[in-house]
Ligand binder design. Structure first.
Ligand code: SF4
Ligand code: FES
Length: 251
Protein backbone atom coordinates (compact mmCIF):
# COMPACT_ATOMS: atom_id res chain seq x y z
CA UNK A 1 0.00 0.00 0.00
CA UNK A 2 1.84 3.07 -1.24
CA UNK A 3 0.66 6.54 -0.33
CA UNK A 4 1.93 10.00 0.43
CA UNK A 5 0.07 10.33 3.70
CA UNK A 6 0.56 8.24 6.79
CA UNK A 7 -1.21 7.85 10.09
CA UNK A 8 -0.77 6.03 13.38
CA UNK A 9 -2.80 2.86 13.86
CA UNK A 10 -3.10 2.16 17.60
CA UNK A 11 -4.05 -1.50 17.79
CA UNK A 12 -5.05 -3.45 20.85
CA UNK A 13 -3.00 -6.61 21.12
CA UNK A 14 -3.68 -9.67 23.22
CA UNK A 15 -1.97 -13.04 23.15
CA UNK A 16 -3.67 -15.66 25.33
CA UNK A 17 -0.36 -17.42 25.95
CA UNK A 18 1.50 -14.17 26.63
CA UNK A 19 2.73 -13.08 30.02
CA UNK A 20 1.21 -9.61 29.86
CA UNK A 21 -2.39 -8.56 29.54
CA UNK A 22 -3.90 -6.59 26.65
CA UNK A 23 -1.80 -3.65 25.49
CA UNK A 24 -1.74 -1.13 22.64
CA UNK A 25 0.83 -1.17 19.87
CA UNK A 26 1.36 1.73 17.45
CA UNK A 27 2.11 1.30 13.75
CA UNK A 28 2.84 3.97 11.15
CA UNK A 29 0.61 3.23 8.16
CA UNK A 30 0.74 4.99 4.76
CA UNK A 31 -2.65 5.37 3.11
CA UNK A 32 -4.61 6.79 0.21
CA UNK A 33 -8.01 8.42 0.50
CA UNK A 34 -9.75 5.42 -1.07
CA UNK A 35 -8.38 2.96 1.48
CA UNK A 36 -10.27 1.56 4.44
CA UNK A 37 -9.23 0.55 7.95
CA UNK A 38 -9.06 -3.09 6.88
CA UNK A 39 -6.49 -2.09 4.21
CA UNK A 40 -4.42 -0.49 6.97
CA UNK A 41 -4.57 -3.63 9.09
CA UNK A 42 -3.56 -5.74 6.10
CA UNK A 43 -0.65 -3.37 5.47
CA UNK A 44 0.49 -3.93 9.06
CA UNK A 45 0.13 -7.69 8.71
CA UNK A 46 1.89 -7.88 5.34
CA UNK A 47 4.62 -5.27 5.81
CA UNK A 48 5.22 -4.62 9.50
CA UNK A 49 4.02 -7.34 11.84
CA UNK A 50 2.78 -10.75 10.66
CA UNK A 51 1.76 -11.66 14.21
CA UNK A 52 -1.20 -9.27 14.22
CA UNK A 53 -4.39 -11.35 14.13
CA UNK A 54 -7.82 -10.29 12.88
CA UNK A 55 -10.73 -11.69 10.86
CA UNK A 56 -11.88 -10.68 7.43
CA UNK A 57 -12.99 -12.33 4.24
CA UNK A 58 -15.03 -10.52 1.59
CA UNK A 59 -13.85 -6.89 1.79
CA UNK A 60 -17.31 -5.80 0.62
CA UNK A 61 -19.63 -5.71 3.61
CA UNK A 62 -21.09 -9.14 3.02
CA UNK A 63 -19.36 -11.72 5.22
CA UNK A 64 -19.72 -9.80 8.49
CA UNK A 65 -16.36 -10.97 9.84
CA UNK A 66 -14.34 -7.73 9.91
CA UNK A 67 -16.26 -5.96 12.69
CA UNK A 68 -14.08 -4.09 15.18
CA UNK A 69 -14.27 -1.03 17.39
CA UNK A 70 -12.76 1.86 15.43
CA UNK A 71 -12.12 4.84 17.68
CA UNK A 72 -14.57 3.32 20.13
CA UNK A 73 -17.44 2.71 17.70
CA UNK A 74 -18.46 -0.67 16.28
CA UNK A 75 -17.70 -0.66 12.54
CA UNK A 76 -17.12 -2.92 9.60
CA UNK A 77 -13.45 -2.14 8.95
CA UNK A 78 -13.90 -2.88 5.24
CA UNK A 79 -16.47 -0.10 5.08
CA UNK A 80 -14.69 2.54 7.16
CA UNK A 81 -12.32 4.89 5.35
CA UNK A 82 -9.00 5.71 7.00
CA UNK A 83 -9.46 9.33 5.92
CA UNK A 84 -12.62 9.52 8.08
CA UNK A 85 -11.47 7.40 11.02
CA UNK A 86 -8.14 9.21 11.21
CA UNK A 87 -9.47 12.74 11.54
CA UNK A 88 -8.20 12.87 15.12
CA UNK A 89 -4.68 11.89 14.01
CA UNK A 90 -4.88 8.29 15.26
CA UNK A 91 -6.92 5.29 14.18
CA UNK A 92 -7.51 3.20 17.28
CA UNK A 93 -8.66 -0.34 16.64
CA UNK A 94 -10.02 -2.62 19.38
CA UNK A 95 -11.84 -5.93 19.25
CA UNK A 96 -15.61 -5.54 19.41
CA UNK A 97 -16.64 -5.09 23.01
CA UNK A 98 -19.51 -7.53 22.58
CA UNK A 99 -17.54 -10.73 23.16
CA UNK A 100 -14.22 -11.74 24.68
CA UNK A 101 -11.05 -11.43 22.65
CA UNK A 102 -9.46 -14.77 21.76
CA UNK A 103 -6.39 -13.15 20.27
CA UNK A 104 -5.68 -9.55 19.27
CA UNK A 105 -8.75 -8.34 17.32
CA UNK A 106 -10.49 -11.70 17.06
CA UNK A 107 -13.50 -12.18 19.34
CA UNK A 108 -15.18 -15.39 20.42
CA UNK A 109 -18.29 -15.84 18.26
CA UNK A 110 -19.56 -18.91 20.14
CA UNK A 111 -21.78 -17.00 22.62
CA UNK A 112 -23.37 -15.18 19.69
CA UNK A 113 -23.99 -18.43 17.85
CA UNK A 114 -25.65 -19.83 20.99
CA UNK A 115 -28.02 -16.84 21.14
CA UNK A 116 -28.65 -17.09 17.42
CA UNK A 117 -29.52 -20.80 17.56
CA UNK A 118 -31.80 -20.10 20.52
CA UNK A 119 -34.39 -18.39 18.26
CA UNK A 120 -34.49 -21.36 15.84
CA UNK A 121 -33.37 -19.46 12.71
CA UNK A 122 -34.75 -21.91 10.20
CA UNK A 123 -38.14 -22.72 8.68
CA UNK A 124 -40.27 -24.82 10.99
CA UNK A 125 -43.14 -26.86 9.55
CA UNK A 126 -45.69 -28.81 11.55
CA UNK A 127 -45.61 -31.39 8.81
CA UNK A 128 -43.23 -31.35 5.86
CA UNK A 129 -44.88 -32.07 2.55
CA UNK A 130 -43.11 -34.51 0.21
CA UNK A 131 -40.63 -32.90 -2.20
CA UNK A 132 -42.68 -34.28 -5.09
CA UNK A 133 -45.51 -31.90 -4.13
CA UNK A 134 -43.34 -28.93 -5.04
CA UNK A 135 -42.09 -25.77 -3.40
CA UNK A 136 -43.77 -23.60 -0.80
CA UNK A 137 -44.68 -20.66 -3.01
CA UNK A 138 -44.37 -17.03 -1.96
CA UNK A 139 -45.51 -13.79 -3.50
CA UNK A 140 -43.28 -10.69 -3.69
CA UNK A 141 -45.20 -9.11 -0.80
CA UNK A 142 -44.46 -12.20 1.32
CA UNK A 143 -40.75 -11.59 0.80
CA UNK A 144 -41.15 -7.88 1.51
CA UNK A 145 -42.53 -8.73 4.96
CA UNK A 146 -39.22 -10.14 6.21
CA UNK A 147 -36.65 -8.87 3.71
CA UNK A 148 -35.28 -6.17 6.02
CA UNK A 149 -34.43 -8.61 8.80
CA UNK A 150 -33.04 -11.13 6.31
CA UNK A 151 -30.30 -8.65 5.33
CA UNK A 152 -28.41 -9.34 8.58
CA UNK A 153 -24.81 -10.46 8.02
CA UNK A 154 -24.16 -11.57 11.62
CA UNK A 155 -21.42 -9.03 12.14
CA UNK A 156 -22.40 -8.57 15.84
CA UNK A 157 -21.85 -4.79 15.74
CA UNK A 158 -25.29 -4.46 17.31
CA UNK A 159 -24.22 -6.54 20.31
CA UNK A 160 -21.20 -4.29 20.77
CA UNK A 161 -23.47 -1.23 20.74
CA UNK A 162 -26.09 -2.66 23.09
CA UNK A 163 -25.79 -1.47 26.72
CA UNK A 164 -28.24 -4.13 27.86
CA UNK A 165 -26.05 -6.91 26.48
CA UNK A 166 -22.95 -5.29 27.96
CA UNK A 167 -24.61 -5.53 31.36
CA UNK A 168 -26.10 -9.00 30.96
CA UNK A 169 -24.78 -11.45 28.38
CA UNK A 170 -27.82 -13.69 28.95
CA UNK A 171 -29.84 -11.19 26.86
CA UNK A 172 -30.63 -12.93 23.58
CA UNK A 173 -29.64 -9.74 21.82
CA UNK A 174 -30.51 -7.59 18.81
CA UNK A 175 -29.52 -9.61 15.73
CA UNK A 176 -30.87 -12.89 17.08
CA UNK A 177 -34.23 -11.33 17.96
CA UNK A 178 -34.40 -9.63 14.56
CA UNK A 179 -33.82 -13.04 13.02
CA UNK A 180 -36.67 -14.46 15.09
CA UNK A 181 -38.97 -11.85 13.52
CA UNK A 182 -37.61 -12.70 10.08
CA UNK A 183 -38.80 -16.33 10.43
CA UNK A 184 -42.03 -15.50 12.26
CA UNK A 185 -42.99 -13.25 9.35
CA UNK A 186 -42.17 -15.88 6.74
CA UNK A 187 -45.40 -17.31 5.29
CA UNK A 188 -43.72 -20.73 4.92
CA UNK A 189 -42.97 -20.93 8.64
CA UNK A 190 -45.19 -22.39 11.36
CA UNK A 191 -42.82 -22.02 14.30
CA UNK A 192 -43.99 -18.73 15.81
CA UNK A 193 -45.31 -20.37 18.97
CA UNK A 194 -42.01 -22.18 19.60
CA UNK A 195 -40.04 -18.98 19.12
CA UNK A 196 -42.27 -16.81 21.29
CA UNK A 197 -41.89 -19.38 24.08
CA UNK A 198 -38.15 -18.75 23.89
CA UNK A 199 -38.05 -15.01 23.32
CA UNK A 200 -41.05 -13.61 25.21
CA UNK A 201 -39.00 -13.97 28.38
CA UNK A 202 -36.97 -12.01 30.89
CA UNK A 203 -33.78 -12.36 28.84
CA UNK A 204 -35.56 -12.11 25.51
CA UNK A 205 -37.56 -9.22 24.10
CA UNK A 206 -38.58 -7.89 27.52
CA UNK A 207 -34.99 -7.16 28.54
CA UNK A 208 -34.62 -4.67 25.68
CA UNK A 209 -34.97 -1.09 26.93
CA UNK A 210 -35.14 0.36 23.41
CA UNK A 211 -31.92 2.38 23.56
CA UNK A 212 -31.76 1.94 19.80
CA UNK A 213 -27.97 2.01 19.35
CA UNK A 214 -28.11 -1.41 17.70
CA UNK A 215 -30.02 0.09 14.80
CA UNK A 216 -27.70 3.11 14.64
CA UNK A 217 -24.56 0.99 14.12
CA UNK A 218 -26.10 -1.68 11.90
CA UNK A 219 -24.40 -1.51 8.47
CA UNK A 220 -27.33 -3.27 6.75
CA UNK A 221 -30.26 -1.23 8.08
CA UNK A 222 -31.79 -4.31 9.68
CA UNK A 223 -33.21 -2.11 12.46
CA UNK A 224 -33.06 -4.72 15.22
CA UNK A 225 -34.44 -2.22 17.74
CA UNK A 226 -37.56 -1.81 15.64
CA UNK A 227 -37.81 -5.58 15.18
CA UNK A 228 -37.76 -6.13 18.94
CA UNK A 229 -40.50 -3.56 19.54
CA UNK A 230 -42.58 -5.29 16.85
CA UNK A 231 -42.04 -8.61 18.60
CA UNK A 232 -43.15 -7.07 21.90
CA UNK A 233 -46.37 -5.92 20.27
CA UNK A 234 -46.93 -9.30 18.62
CA UNK A 235 -46.25 -11.16 21.88
CA UNK A 236 -48.69 -8.94 23.76
CA UNK A 237 -51.39 -9.35 21.11
CA UNK A 238 -50.94 -13.11 21.08
CA UNK A 239 -51.19 -13.23 24.85
CA UNK A 240 -54.40 -11.16 24.85
CA UNK A 241 -55.96 -13.30 22.14
CA UNK A 242 -55.13 -16.44 24.08
CA UNK A 243 -56.79 -15.02 27.16
CA UNK A 244 -59.87 -13.59 25.44
CA UNK A 245 -60.33 -15.98 22.52
CA UNK A 246 -58.56 -19.21 23.41
CA UNK A 247 -60.09 -21.15 20.51
CA UNK A 248 -58.89 -18.70 17.86
CA UNK A 249 -55.45 -18.05 19.35
CA UNK A 250 -52.63 -17.84 16.79
CA UNK A 251 -50.20 -20.73 16.60
S1 SF4 B 1 -28.51 -6.72 12.92
FE1 SF4 B 1 -27.06 -5.41 11.77
S2 SF4 B 1 -25.41 -4.97 13.25
FE2 SF4 B 1 -26.58 -6.73 14.05
S3 SF4 B 1 -25.48 -8.55 13.31
FE3 SF4 B 1 -27.11 -8.11 11.81
S4 SF4 B 1 -26.12 -6.78 10.25
FE4 SF4 B 1 -24.76 -6.79 12.05
S1 FES C 1 -14.56 -8.26 5.20
FE1 FES C 1 -16.56 -9.09 4.91
S2 FES C 1 -17.88 -7.61 5.83
FE2 FES C 1 -15.91 -6.71 5.95
Amino acid sequence: MAGEKSITFRVRRYQPQGTKGPYYQDYNVPYRDDEVVLDGLNYIKDQLDPTLTFRWSCRMGICGSCGMDVNGSPKLTCGTFIRDAGRGGVVQVDPLTSFNSIKDLVTDFDPFMDHFAHVKPWLIREKEKPVAQGEYLQYPEDLTAYRQQSLCINCTLCYAACPVFQGDDRFVGPASLAMALRYIRDTRDQGAEQRFERISTEHGIWECTFVGECSVVCPKEVDPAGAIQTLKLMATTRRMRKLLMPKSAPR
